[in-house]
Design a binder for this molecule. Sequence first.
Ligand code: MG
Length: 159
Amino acid sequence: MNFRIGHGYDIHRTIPGRPLVLGGVTFDCDFGLDGHSDADCLTHAICDALLGAAALPDIGHFFPNTDARWKNADSQVLLEHVVAALRERGWRPANIDASLIAERPKIAPRLTEMKAALAKSTGLSIDAIGLKATTNEGSDDIGRGLAIAAHAVALIERV
Ligand code: MG
């Protein structure tokens, strides 16, 4: 088998007084996301999609929130670790597609920057990274701005 597919999902609650980091890009915003690392749920969903494709345990196994090393960690560094873990096992990312669900702020103007950050961390070209942003139309906690979530799928291929 030369290709494998994986899926990832993550959600973090919004809180005031933290930088909002999504896909490796910091947004000018009056809230951030609660979490042990920088709480970049988009990058976490992508990490889990890549790990899942390789049938490896999830991001919490590799970067436990009890480990001080990952306190406020840049999730792009976590993603680089994930890609390295795949490479050790003979896999590399082939393409990624992800959807971010956030009521605020406006994501679309920063999508190109986010793709560039994710391309750098994964070693993929920008045209191998799909990224969309949507809202939850005001429904549930995401729609009320209490949380931001992300879904991702990833294809990996044998090196
Ligand atoms: Mg997370």
